[in-house]
Design a protein. Structure first.
Length: 143
């Protein structure tokens, strides 16, 4: 320990002095050194301004994208559900219709195919009250 620490210390001091000497000539005064430091700081400042502008652009774009995501979620959440095709829907899907019970869903499946959705009412597959609840939510095609 007696020689290792002073050797490392001397090496670090010599390295620091060499680094300083590389940027400064022996005849250079402190004003010139100060000016070089000021110029370097100005370059860093200019670079940081460019970076700040780019960050601001990125933040604006992220804000636009976030707004678009929120609008899409809102549209999807509030959009009318796709109508249920009574010719192809599973019994479980039919049961999601308002007022639909197991027996009515079974009758709809058994009475296929339908050429119009009114047939559910005219053929007595569902009651007039049930039909009124589901008529706007069903179709005979995929629309």
């Amino acid at each position: 320990m007696k020689l290792v620490l002073p050797g490392k210390l001397i090496f670090c001091v010599a390295l620091l002095a060499a680094a300083m000497a590389a940027g400064c000539s022996p005849s250079q005064d402190t004003d010139k050194t100060r000016q070089q430091a000021a110029d370097a700081a100005a370059q860093i400042k200019a670079g940081s301004k460019v970076a700040a502008v780019e960050i601001k652009k990125g933040a604006v774009e992220a804000g636009k994208q976030g707004k678009a995501i929120a609008e899409g979620v809102k549209e999807g959440w509030t959009a009318e559900s796709k109508k249920v095709n009574i010719n192809t829907a599973s019994k479980d899907l039919l049961l999601t219709l308002p007022g639909m019970d197991d027996d009515s869903a079974t009758r709809i499946v058994a009475g296929r195919p339908y050429h119009s959705k009114d047939e559910l009412n005219t053929k007595g597959i569902v009651s007039p009250e049930e039909y009124q609840k589901i008529q706007d939510k069903i179709s005979i095609n995929s629309k």
